[in-house]
Unconditional design. Structure first.
Length: 283
């Protein structure tokens, strides 16, 4: 697991040994985003100084600095085949970097405000980007002007692609929206505002983290796709305000990014399975 912070630090944690494997700090800059590539090939981070730092994962001395953005780098993603990196910044630009030459080979225009989210399609041919200009844009990796620029009724704060049903899901305040034939329609609505949404169990279910009402706890709910009601709700104890959250692909572990710490816990489903295992061992 990787994290970055406003103090300029980038860290990699080994969840098996519970140790920090990599720790670096850049002075006089904030690190805004961090990403581990598929197959753990690269670690990449973006900062307020408009620079992207890229390391060969595990061989930390092999370090590249990518220059091309005009202002803060806000989001990053790496293609499944690890051939290119896509970055977005508050300069409204989307840049595609060739990871063989480490050069900026393509700049995609179209957004009019911060680019704050990037998803790359499984076939590595298209990139989906989300901006503060209230648009989600789908662009061809190879062609600058081949994209769909969709005006949205609300500002979205988070979005995620489901390769199983091939739909985009986006979050606005207390609602989740789903794309259908190029249009976004309301999919789920809750009583509380949403912090983030994460797919689990081979994209057949998702976990919702809600924005905190108290700094000492955060509410988490699970949903199966196609069902209207929540399957389970859990309250996680926290020590401060949670700014980000994540879930393991199997849904067993929940992670929260808090002030000066990262917390992870076992999901309610995994706790039930552990209890059943202990009962069977006693029998």
């Amino acid at each position: 697991m990787a994290s970055c912070a406003s103090d300029g630090s980038v860290k990699v944690f080994n969840l098996v040994s519970e140790r920090i494997e990599f720790d670096v700090k850049f002075e006089n800059t904030k690190q805004w985003c961090v990403k581990i590539s598929p197959q753990d090939k690269y670690l990449v981070s973006g900062g307020s100084d408009a620079l992207i730092h890229l390391w060969k994962f595990g061989d930390w001395d092999k370090h590249k600095v990518l220059k091309g953005h005009l202002d803060r780098v806000r989001c990053l993603n790496i293609s499944n085949n690890c051939k290119y990196l896509v970055s977005g910044g508050i300069d409204s630009l989307i840049k595609v970097w060739n990871l063989a030459s480490f050069k900026d080979e393509l700049t995609i225009y179209g957004h009019k405000d911060w680019v704050k989210g990037i998803l790359i399609s499984d076939d590595n041919l298209h990139v989906h980007t989300m901006s503060d200009d209230c648009t989600i844009m789908t662009s061809s990796i190879n062609l600058v002007n081949t994209h769909i620029n969709k005006e949205l009724p609300k500002t979205f704060t988070n979005f995620i692609f489901n390769p199983k049903d091939k739909n985009l899901y986006a979050v606005s305040q207390n609602s989740i929206y789903k794309s259908r034939q190029g249009e976004f329609e309301q999919y789920q609505t809750y009583e509380k505002n949403i912090l983030s949404v994460h797919f689990i169990n081979s994209f057949t279910a998702f976990i919702v983290f809600f924005q905190q009402e108290k700094s000492t706890e955060i509410e988490v709910a699970s949903h199966s796709l196609g069902e209207n009601s929540m399957k389970s709700v859990r309250i996680l104890k926290t020590t401060s305000l949670v700014s980000s959250a994540a879930v393991s692909e199997d849904g067993k572990y929940l992670f929260t990014g808090e002030s000066f710490r990262i917390t992870f816990g076992i999901s309610a489903l995994e706790k039930v399975l552990m209890c059943l295992k202990l009962i069977q061992e006693k029998l």
